[in-house]
Ligand binder design. Sequence first.
Ligand SMILES: NC(=O)c1ccc[n+]([C@@H]2O[C@H](COP(=O)([O-])OP(=O)(O)OC[C@H]3O[C@@H](n4cnc5c(N)ncnc54)[C@H](O)[C@@H]3O)[C@@H](O)[C@H]2O)c1
Length: 335
Amino acid sequence: MPTQQSILITGGAGFIGANLVRYLLEQGGYRITVFDNLSAGSKDNLQQAVADSQKKVSDTFFIEGDILDADRLTEAMRGHDRVIHLAAETQVRESIRNPRPHLEINAQGTLNVLEAARLAGVRGLLFASSNAAAGRQEPPVHEGIVPCPMSPYGAVKLYGEALCTAYYHSFGLPTAIFRFANVYGPYSLHKTSVVNRLFGRIYEGQPLEIFGDGLQTRDFIHARDVAQGLELALRQPLENDRVWGQIFQIATGVETTIRDIAGMILRLKDRNGSSLVFRPPVAGEVRRNVSDIAKARRVLGFEPRMKIHELLPSLWEWYRQSRERRPNPLTTAGD
Ligand SMILES: NC(=O)c1ccc[n+]([C@@H]2O[C@H](COP(=O)([O-])OP(=O)(O)OC[C@H]3O[C@@H](n4cnc5c(N)ncnc54)[C@H](O)[C@@H]3O)[C@@H](O)[C@H]2O)c1
């Protein structure tokens, strides 16, 4: 690895992006450019993450731009060693409600990112995919399953994966695909993930809503562990074909019920007197979801370190303080 790698992160002002920028600054050795159209992320988010990294010299640059603008993207990418492609429309339900714009942005956007990376001579591209690309599966889900996406969001992630593989084999652009599980963590006020929704209910003094019996399970991974997985890939030399051209699941391998999460949140000290309320199940919802992470462990040395039951109190504190600063967060980008 050169002494300093130059990284461009599309969507770097969003939830995972801000956590990633903080992590990379803390690790040191990275000069970072964030390329984001601020449709869901914000400069505030990014600035907070940079400040929390406690680096006096941040080595972070920001370009306001859209991944649909192919020329600007190619120009921005020049001079960068590697690219991490996070920018996307991330709302699964919106992709079902109104698929065409969602598909157009994510499909065309990912094609533009790959093409720009090829033209700019980038030497490594990491693609943020999702367990939604794998879709309906018998858990634990591994990288060898036959994908069966259940939403346009999942389908277009799978298309992005296919393009990454094609660019690796057709053009020699080193690409690696990362299927994230359910990500939680700070800098996420604009998101409507399970943890944030439950936090939001407590904050507003409302009962915590559980859809169905609450025994459906998810694999919850902290954004810092996602950043760890990506950073391990950034360290890989170009000739390592156990990494480039490959898919990795980035998760914990731990199955947690929604009811457990709600119970942990209810036990938080200042929980505003909330209780649980059960609503009818959401049609088509996956019952169990947990990922096999043996490949990421073996090949990248990935090891999730953050435990949700230990972290919820400090995350709640972060959420409470952030809501005090911003009482009506945008909730345009869920998962
Ligand atoms: N959060 C999760 O649980 C999760 C799970 C699996 C996969 N992912 C994937 O990880 C990536 C990051 O997700 P996130 O949770 O941080 O979401 P996010 O919405 O917080 O971040 C996405 C960022 O992309 C930017 N963006 C959107 N459209 C753009 C465009 N056309 N041009 C430039 N920038 C654009 C947004 O402003 C935002 O900052 C996404 O690709 C998402 O699909 C997230």
